[in-house]
Design a protein around this ligand. Structure first.
Ligand SMILES: CC(=O)N[C@H]1[C@@H](OP(=O)(O)OP(=O)(O)OC[C@H]2O[C@@H](n3ccc(=O)[nH]c3=O)[C@H](O)[C@@H]2O)O[C@H](CO)[C@@H](O)[C@@H]1O[C@H](C)C(=O)N[C@@H](C)C(=O)N[C@H](CCC(=O)O)C(=O)O
Ligand SMILES: Nc1ncnc2c1ncn2[C@@H]1O[C@H](COP(=O)(O)OP(=O)(O)OP(=O)(O)O)[C@@H](O)[C@H]1O
Ligand SMILES: N[C@H](CCC[C@H](N)C(=O)O)C(=O)O
Ligand SMILES: [Mg+2]
Length: 488
């Protein structure tokens, strides 16, 4: 597409050079430049894209999008106020606004986004639709899996994926919309049909500073929807959001476990293998659901999926069939079936709220002890560390504190911050920094009737330690050490 076409209607501060040129790609990273591309300079948290302009030009970039006055002889430069937003605008145009050709559902909230997207995709497929999914574990274009780098991709990568979906004749797509993406303009210009709010509890306060900013970032999604917003009103912040959105024309459907909500779950029953419940809603909507995830959060996630699919006019019996055949999400309450002498569950709980819910739900069907293995990621919100320590001390019978993804931080410092919290409880614990050895300790310790909960990394198959990325899968490590210890 021609550059002058791409920047039409974009608020431009200054233009230099010839803009009647062909742009064959967009790049926000100079290391990825291909000849003929437009290089977008982003002022980041670590470095500044403006520093790489010469490198970009050398590699064949034909134009620069910048937020600073850059004076380069002969180069085509488009100067704007905010390059992230401008990139989103241009990317949307470059790919011919793909979100307009999809029934796009956005899911936001602290916990449950991945789980809800997988449930919705299953129901959409049951309804005979060709569905796409964008999220933490992967992007799916129908049955084709593309590895994910981030939960919500950068604007250019996102528009590229949505466009591929349109080309592949996908009719509906469900995507996770992280608070980072809303704050950093990754979904600017994207048209969502339905927006879903799961819940909001403390996380990412390193990035958002406080809960109010975090909430306001999430709320941006609900102004980008054209059909309806689906909100959990058992959640305190969900209730506030419903109030805040009252003046909006888009309709709101609420869900929860009290009769105040449009879709309500009741008769909730747990066994050690599943949860069953009834969901009633408008127009005599009434279905019975059974899910192989015996946790209260699975009920909430199903409610979100059901309410959304109702808005998309999927018949109740199709929703019911889709969910009743749902087999779970990788790394979310995933039982390791190879280990039979006791139970091992791998779960992605990496926030205080998720860990507390996980432990409380597990307690409901634990005959004997809960032995929890967990840690906290490095280069992420530090304030959650002592809180998670306290929660594990309170609700587990024994905790093994270990490393998650320490990234650039010293694992022992992260561990001592978690220990601060657990020390304030009566909970028994031990610190074993090496995650494999921590899992081994738990497996050696467990007896019949015990549950070993390995939390924090879920589906992840690597561990990031400094600049090394090592292969590490909690599920496979559990099987490996159980075999070595004769506990299979
Ligand atoms: C906090 C955050 O979101 N940071 C994102 C941000 O990084 P940054 O601002 O620090 O970028 P930077 O490293 O300073 O670089 C600035 C610019 O210079 C460019 N550059 C840099 C070096 C070079 O040689 N050449 C070059 O052009 C970079 O590509 C970038 O465009 O912009 C980068 C490029 O666009 C992103 O890769 C990066 O995501 C990092 C990897 C990240 O970890 N993000 C996480 C926190 C995140 O987004 N998480 C949410 C999910 C959270 C959840 O699910 O709960 C997500 O949606 O994944
Ligand atoms: N509705 C929910 N409420 C509270 N906790 C939940 C809920 N759903 C899932 N969880 C817990 O949170 C963990 C992460 O779930 P999931 O991956 O679905 O969330 P997410 O919002 O996609 O997370 P991320 O922000 O990392 O992408 C689960 O393993 C479970 O322990
Ligand atoms: N989306 C979350 C995932 C955290 C997973 C946990 N294993 C960690 O590494 O902290 C984040 O990037 O903060
Ligand atoms: Mg996710």
């Amino acid at each position: 597409m021609r550059l002058n076409k791409l920047i039409e209607q974009l608020e431009v501060k200054k233009l230099e050079g010839n803009t009647d040129i062909e742009i064959n790609n967009l790049h926000y990273d100079s290391r990825q430049i291909q000849p003929g591309g437009l290089f977008v300079c982003i002022k980041g948290f670590k470095t500044d894209g403006h520093l790489y302009i010469q490198e970009a030009l050398k590699k064949g970039a034909v134009a620069i999008l910048a937020s600073q006055d850059v004076n380069i002889e002969g180069a085509t430069v488009v100067q704007v106020e905010d390059t992230r937003n401008a990139m989103a605008f241009i990317a949307n145009k470059f790919f011919n606004k793909p979100s307009l050709y999809l029934d796009l559902i956005g899911v936001t909230g602290t916990n449950g986004k991945t789980s809800v997207t997988y449930m919705i995709k299953k129901i959409l497929e049951e309804a005979g639709k060709k569905a796409g999914l964008v999220g933490t574990i992967a992007t799916w274009i129908d049955k084709v899996k593309i590895d994910a780098v981030r939960t919500t991709p950068e604007a250019f990568d996102l528009q590229y994926l949505l466009n591929r979906m349109v080309e592949e004749k996908i009719d509906s797509c469900v995507m996770e919309v992280s608070s980072h993406s809303l704050e950093l303009g990754r979904v600017e210009g994207v048209n969502f049909k339905v927006g879903i709010f799961t819940n909001l509890t403390p996380d990412h306060l390193d990035f958002h500073d406080n809960l109010e900013n975090y909430k306001n970032a999430k709320k941006k999604l609900f102004y980008k929807t054209s059909l309806c917003n689906v909100i959990n009103i058992d959640d305190k912040v969900g209730k506030e959001i419903v109030e805040d959105l009252k003046d909006l024309k888009t309709c709101i459907f609420t869900y929860g476990t009290t009769q105040k909500s449009d879709f309500t779950a009741s008769s909730i029953k747990f066994t050690s293998k599943e949860v069953s419940f009834k969901v009633v809603g408008p127009m005599d909507f009434d279905i019975d659901i059974k899910l192989p995830i015996p946790a209260m959060f699975a009920v909430y996630n199903a409610l979100a999926a059901i309410t959304c699919c109702y808005c998309l006019q999927i018949p109740a019996e199709v929703i019911k069939r889709g969910l009743n055949e749902f087999s779970g999400v990788p790394g979310r309450f995933e039982v390791v079936p190879e280990i039979q002498q006791f139970s091992v569950i791998v779960d992605y709980a990496h926030t205080p709220d998720a860990l507390e819910n996980l432990l409380k739900s597990t307690r409901e069907f634990t005959a004997n002890r809960i032995i929890t293995v967990f840690g906290c990621g490095g280069d992420r919100d530090q304030s959650k560390r002592p809180i998670m320590g306290e929660i594990s001390g309170e609700y587990s019978d024994f905790t093994i504190l270990t490393s998650d993804n320490p990234r650039s931080e010293d694992p022992n410092i992260i561990l001592s911050m978690i220990e601060e919290g657990i020390k304030s409880t009566k909970g028994n614990y031990i610190i074993i920094e090496d995650r494999k050895e921590a899992i081994r300790y738990a497996i050696k310790e467990a007896n019949k009737g015990d549950i070993v909960l390995i939390a924090g990394k879920g589906h992840e198959i690597t561990q990031v330690i400094m600049d090394k990325v090592i292969v590490f899968d909690d599920r496979l490590v559990a099987i490996e050490v159980a075999r070595e210890e004769g506990r299979l």
